[in-house]
Design a protein around this ligand. Structure first.
Ligand code: ATP
Ligand code: MG
Length: 644
């Protein structure tokens, strides 16, 4: 492994270590009480399980040895006593084990339920930017693959680790209690074992992290290829797609292979080392008990006052075996922990993402006019909307929502280093229709992305009815905008539900009305089940134009005072377009509308047409003005200059 990779590996495992307390904190946050019981029960189970050595020693030294010497009648009571103790201890152990596995079955699933819920609500709170920068399949993989790794940790590995840790500590105490010298031999062995684990374990942690990342990539790739099936087929890219997949998949295979290689060699190495310790203890134990039995002087020297009996040597062999086995289990568990922590890191990365910031405090409310003409808030739909503006002195003002949108010297770039819009100024008076035309990539969609605050501007100001839009709560801002996005997106559900998405409390009649305005009513009623027709993923069972009509209907249903139509009619035939235009003109009455269109016919009746070029407005005015000016718009219109 070359140097740089090694450095990265060290960082991975350190970072994954940090995940453990995070994950536990999260778990305890939801299940403090249950986890306390679980840990208590695990302690009991572990202690019961590790008490074999103690019992074996008592049976040999208190029952068998004196029994052989003095006859078994003399030790009958002692035997019965130890039998009862053993049965009680093991029964309690089994019972405790039953209790905690039952609790964990519930806690584990409940925890995942919380985790997925938190992930999803975090995802919903993230800015559009996050989705620009992360492959969707990779985000998906955090819900499936990474959450599953965490599940395994919580429901199995964690319990095993606690159990093993308690067993190890308990055995250490027992061994020291029985014979410090034999114990020291065992511990010396453990030091070597820990050294091996540290080296191999961190290697495997590194590759488990890598494996999780590769899994995300594979899933991201699959999802992209599924979405792009048609394009792949059209360009005969099946073979290339397969080749690229094989590359991703092989990378995953390699990482998984290495992760498991390091994870799996630990077990055998440690087992054999454990056997070695066993042999050494047997030999030393024999010597010590020999000295002990014949009262040779060496005994006092090395064992202090403790007498080494056969029972002690026998139970010690058992304990030291169990001890090194437990350490060996730790090594396997480390792989599992590493895998889970790699998953946890990706989940927490998502959970720790900065949510979309919203400092807005101006809200949108239904309003009515009192007799003297002032605005007040109303609990009913009045058709009048007002911005509710709380002030520092505790007073409230209401501003009528008119749809007056002003952009002043706005600069913006998706990335700080690349400015997309330069000094854009736009004045849209209430009820005006403002059109944007310009070549692909000129920045038309970007302007609308700023008005609805998908992205925040770098410099300049955007005012809505005189209020800086940064002060308006995003939900309310977006509620006041009816938006038809450039790429239509429909959800699984009926046509009715999809249109009602615009405004959930719309009545059936209002939905029909919206469909009529968008000129979608006719085609919908011709669908097999009319408004109840189920749309599959993204409306795949509709034509592109029909999808666009539905998304216009959806925006119409929202009944918002400001409309943004981004290329809304681009996939519609000219005859339908004329109809839609009539409908939208009706929809636009009294509303401020921003239209983006490639077809100049759609924008001719606009109050103002902005011609954009490379993020700058190079011309503005009515159709007549711009034609008279004989500039770019004129060239576009007369066909002397192509848009694309
Ligand atoms: N999410 C994004 N992240 C980074 N850059 C982007 C993003 N969206 C658009 N851009 C860039 O911003 C510029 C303007 O894009 P925009 O989508 O506003 O163009 P447009 O005028 O709407 O074009 P079209 O007519 O093709 O829809 C382009 O150069 C594009 O590369
Ligand atoms: Mg666009």
């Amino acid at each position: 492994m070359p140097g740089p990779m090694r450095g990265r590996g060290a960082k991975f495992s350190k970072e994954s270590l940090k995940m453990i307390p995070k994950l536990l904190k999260y778990l305890f946050h939801y299940y403090k009480f249950s986890m306390a019981i679980v840990i208590f029960c695990i302690v009991i189970t572990a202690v019961a399980g590790a008490s074999n050595g103690l019992f074996l020693e008592r049976i040999i030294d208190d029952v068998i040895t004196p029994g052989l010497k003095n006859g078994f009648d003399s030790v009958k009571d002692t035997l019965i006593f130890w039998m009862i103790v053993m049965i009680s201890v093991y029964s309690v152990g089994v019972l405790a084990g039953l209790v905690y596995t039952q609790i964990m079955a519930y806690v584990g699933q409940g925890f995942l339920n919380h985790l997925r819920k938190d992930m999803f609500s975090k995802m919903e709170s993230l800015p559009i930017k996050y989705f620009d920068r992360n492959a969707h399949g990779d985000i998906m993989s955090r819900y499936t693959n990474d959450v599953d790794a965490i599940r395994q940790f919580i429901t199995q590995t964690l319990l095993q680790v606690i159990n093993t840790a308690i067993t190890i500590v308990y055995l250490m105490f027992m061994m020291i209690f029985f014979s410090i010298w034999l114990a020291l031999i065992s511990f010396a062995g453990v030091f070597v074992i820990l050294f091996i684990i540290k080296n191999i374990g961190s290697q495997s942690a590194k590759f488990f992290m890598q494996q999780q990342i590769s899994t995300g990539k594979v899933e991201g790739y699959i999802e992209e290829m599924m979405n792009g099936q048609k394009v792949i087929k059209v360009f005969n890219h099946e073979e290339e797609a397969k080749k690229d997949f094989v590359k991703c998949n092989d990378a995953l295979f390699n990482d998984a292979k290495k992760a498991n290689y390091y994870g799996n060699i630990l077990g055998p190495i440690l087992n054999n080392f454990g056997n070695l310790i066993y042999i050494v203890i047997a030999a030393v134990g024999f010597v010590l008990s020999y000295f002990s039995a014949y009262n040779l002087s060496l005994e006092g020297l090395i064992t202090g006052s403790t007498v080494i009996t056969i029972g002690i040597v026998a139970s010690f062999l058992g304990m030291s075996k169990q001890f090194s086995q437990s350490i060996g289990q730790v090594s396997q568990q480390i792989s599992m922990v590493a895998l889970a922590m790699a998953g946890a890191k990706r989940v927490f990365d998502l959970l720790n993402e900065e949510p979309e910031k919203d400092d807005g405090y101006v809200t949108l409310v239904h309003a009515k006019r009192t007799e003297d003409g002032t605005l007040t808030e109303s609990t009913e739909r009045t058709g009048i909307w007002a911005w509710k503006h709380p002030h520092q002195d505790g007073s409230l003002t209401y501003t009528l929502l008119k749809g007056d949108i002003v952009l002043e010297d706005v600069d913006f770039g998706y990335y700080p280093e690349k400015v997309v819009l330069h000094d854009v100024s736009i004045y849209a008076r209430p009820g005006q229709k403002i059109a944007f035309v310009g070549a692909t990539g000129a920045g038309k969609t970007t302007i609308t992305n700023l008005i609805n605050r998908f992205y925040d501007i770098a410099d300049g100001k955007i005012r809505y009815d005189g209020i800086n839009i940064n002060k308006i709560r995003k939900n309310d801002l977006r509620r006041s905008l009816g938006i038809v996005l450039q790429d239509t997106n429909l959800f699984t559900g009926t046509v009715m539900e999809n249109i009602r998405y615009g405004r959930l409390d719309a009545t059936d009649e209002e939905v029909y009305e919206a469909a009529k305005i968008a000129n979608a009513y006719d085609f919908i009623t011709r669908l097999p089940e009319g408004f109840q027709t189920m749309l599959t993923h993204d409306g795949a069972n509709l034509s592109q134009g029909q999808r666009q009509l539905l998304s216009i209907a959806r925006a119409a249903c929202a009944d918002a005072p400001v409309m943004i139509l981004d290329e809304a009619t681009s996939s519609i035939d000219t005859r339908t377009e004329a109809l839609v235009q009539k409908g939208t003109d009706q929809l636009m009455k009294g509303r401020t509308v921003f239209v983006i269109a490639h077809r100049l016919s759609t924008v001719q009746n606009s109050d103002c047409i902005m011609v954009l070029d490379h993020g700058r407005i190079i011309e503005r005015g009515t159709h007549q003005d711009l034609i008279a000016a004989k500039g770019t718009y004129y060239e576009l219109y007369t066909g002397a200059f192509e848009l694309e």
